[in-house]
Write a protein that binds this ligand. Structure first.
Ligand code: SF4
Length: 378
């Protein structure tokens, strides 16, 4: 079994599904155009929208932070979490970028990824190979072997359903005892301070509701002007990811509360007492001021460009700096790690540009990064 087998199975499962969704729900294409305009509006004035978003989070009863670097993000997380806690993590590429999981473990916390793919690569001690399916490189047979070694209870020839059930049983207790839940955010509404999260597993809902503290960590590029724009992002991202309609859409505006006794607002009710939003810059604000690199920041992480790219099909996880893989990863490796090397592998097939919902001219951005990389070397 190999990368070729795993990626071929993923392509056969996902690519026809996205085309079917777009045929059956053609309004998604109009929403994608509107979303591109809304995101461009933010990127043209990003610092203003960061301030506005942090104010809105505060008005909603939460705590907002701008972290200029992964180190700053870790410091903020450390102050909130402390030591000796149980932490459950919903899927967050930015948490990976900032090294949050390893950091919290080093600080003496018990930390569990709860998205199935992220959980598998945590057990395998491997980097993610795709932005929405991080364990895409593992075949079912390899998953079976891994679970048998690490958590037990799996027999040879287990079905897909049996493997998922084993993980569900293992993680259930972690959700219940967790002190802190850490998630990402698919979009952040600047006018209300609301974060939007899309998922099918239910792990993000558990991670953001069950513990008394919820930390959302995401990039400043996820800011959109309004809650209505965040809703558009939810619909467009899930459709282009092949997961439409999404099973769960979570909107969170501050900590949980109730006013059911004499209309007096008390926090918490059943959800978290604290809500923290950490917005990571790490090169994004600088990129937003460059008219070519700005395009990369429009990415909504649908993962479609990966499956249509011949270079990604050949190289897989070896292409890009984790968690940024594939064509989008070649752009983002430069934005956040200042690494132009992944862009050098682009063969300019142009498939990515044709299928990108944000109409990002990825080959042009990568050509520009190649040029910048060659100038850095000279
Ligand atoms: S670059 Fe476009 S196609 Fe690729 S993940 Fe981002 S939004 Fe999706």
């Amino acid at each position: 079994m190999s990368w070729e087998t795993a990626v071929e199975r993923a392509i056969n499962n996902n690519v026809p599904r996205v085309y079917k969704i777009l045929r059956e729900h053609p309004y998604i294409l109009d929403l994608a155009k509107e979303l591109r305009e809304a995101k461009l509006k933010v990127l043209e004035n990003l610092e203003y929208y960061v301030d506005k978003t942090l104010d809105s989070v505060k008005r909603a009863g939460g705590h907002g932070y701008l972290a200029s670097s992964p180190e700053e993000a870790r410091e903020i997380v450390e102050k909130i979490v402390g030591k000796g806690k149980t932490v459950v993590m919903g899927k967050s590429m930015v948490a990976y970028e900032a090294g949050i999981r390893e950091f919290l473990i080093r600080q003496g916390n018990e930390v569990w990824e709860t998205d199935l793919g992220e959980f598998l690569i945590q057990l395998a001690n491997q980097p993610p190979s795709h932005i929405i399916a991080p364990a895409i490189h593992l075949t079912k047979e390899e998953v079976e072997k891994l679970l048998k070694q690490k958590i037990g209870g799996v027999h040879e020839g287990s079905t897909h359903e049996e493997l998922v059930t084993m993980v569900r049983q293992f993680l259930r207790e972690k959700f219940v005892k967790a002190d802190v839940g850490i998630t990402g955010a698919n979009a952040v509404a600047s006018d209300t301070g609301t974060i939007a999260l899309i998922e099918n597993e239910g792990n993000i809902r558990f991670s953001s509701i069950s513990p008394t503290v919820h930390i959302a960590i995401t990039g400043v590029d996820k800011i959109v002007p309004t809650l209505a724009d965040a809703t558009k992002e939810v619909l467009v991202q899930s459709a282009f990811a092949g997961l439409y309609p999404p099973t769960y859409v979570n909107f969170t505006s501050g900590p949980s509360s109730t006013a059911d006794i004499e209309m007096k607002r008390i926090s918490p009710a059943h959800g978290p007492k604290e809500f923290h939003l950490i917005l990571l810059d790490n090169g994004r604000i600088k990129a937003s001021k460059d008219p070519v690199l700005r395009e990369a920041l429009l990415c909504i992480r649908c993962g479609r460009c990966h499956l249509h790219c011949p270079v990604y099909r050949a190289l897989g996880v070896k292409w890009g700096d984790p968690p940024f893989t594939g064509p989008m990863g070649a752009m983002w490796s430069y934005v956040v790690y200042n690494d132009p090397k992944p862009a050098m592998y682009c063969a300019h097939s142009g498939n990515c540009k044709e299928v990108c919902p944000m109409r990002i001219n990825i080959p042009r951005v990568l050509e520009y990064i190649k040029w910048k990389g060659n100038r850095q070397k000279a």
